[in-house]
Design a protein around this ligand. Structure first.
Ligand code: 4HQ
Length: 261
């Protein structure tokens, strides 16, 4: 994967390229990455990249000419690359979109500042409009980093050897199971016994239930979207039975006490 980020603040990306998995992916040539300064494509004396909005009002708009020139130059460098505009108007980013982008050969990420970019940039020069969520940022740079981060770890080889990406949250439409490491007792709280047992099948079954329970309690919306497998349906039905038993017993007691509860 080849990334080019277009921004008026390319230095923001220096720490991002030089730490952790992203750094290693660059070193191992799994990805290439650079941030180009949109200002260098503004050919007036003061290299202006913004202007006042037609129709009046407060705030500034990114001028189309420097942006268009920057996008065209980046496209020349990565044949077949797709362009992404970071904007709250875009499709909300999620793991499925990350998977789709991870199959591409190149991504050109356009990071706006001010009130956003001239509308005429979007139509001809942008393949994907993506939002990282329903809140307002001061610019698209941090959003661009989030996309690059989530996409890069899905590229084969980026995580170094193992199959960690496939075991992560969302890989099966659920949150991950709980994790524990040493010590066996921390501030009075024990590690679940089964994880110390060495019974791989029991551990796997405990992890599946842990993932299902956490998703049910913390993100029930994910379970509504998911295609549940037979084991998951069986487990949920057992829990439903247990919960009904508890509630029935509660209402029975309440009835005996004359409905006071
Ligand atoms: N932006 N997801 C850039 C965002 C945003 C988001 C606001 C994008 C400012 C200029 N980007 N403009 N949410 O809030 O991607």
């Amino acid at each position: 994967m080849h990334y080019i980020v277009l921004t008026i603040f390319p230095q923001m990306f220096n720490p991002f390229w030089t730490h952790g998995i992203i750094r290693r992916a660059i070193e191992n040539k799994i990805i290439s990455a650079s941030a180009a300064d949109i200002r260098e494509y503004a050919h007036d004396r003061h290299q202006v990249t913004d202007d006042r909005p037609y129709g009046g009002g407060s705030g500034m708009v990114m001028k189309p000419e420097p942006l268009a020139a920057a996008i065209r130059a980046a496209s020349q460098e990565i044949p077949g690359a797709k362009t992404v505009l970071l904007t709250p108007q875009g499709k909300v980013f999620n793991q499925n979109l990350a998977r789709e982008l991870a199959t591409l050969n190149g991504l050109i990420l356009v990071c706006g500042r001010y009130e956003g970019v001239d509308e005429r940039i979007c139509h001809d020069l942008i393949d994907y409009e993506i939002s990282i969520g329903d809140y307002v940022l001061t610019g698209g740079e941090v959003a661009g980093m989030i996309i690059i981060d989530a996409v890069t770890r899905l590229i084969p080889g980026a995580l170094g050897g193992e199959d960690a990406a496939e075991k992560d949250s969302f890989s099966n439409g659920m949150l991950e199971h709980a994790h524990y490491t040493r010590p066996r007792i921390f501030e009075g709280k024990k590690v679940p016994e089964v994880l110390l047992s060495g019974h791989h099948l029991e551990i796997e079954s405990w992890r599946l239930k842990s993932a299902l329970m956490r998703t049910l309690l913390k993100r029930p919306d994910l379970l509504l979207q998911k295609d549940l497998d037979r084991q998951e349906v069986k487990t949920l039905n057992r829990w439903r039975y247990d919960i009904e038993e508890i509630l029935n017993s509660h209402y029975k007691k309440a009835g005996e006490n004359g409905e006071k509860k």
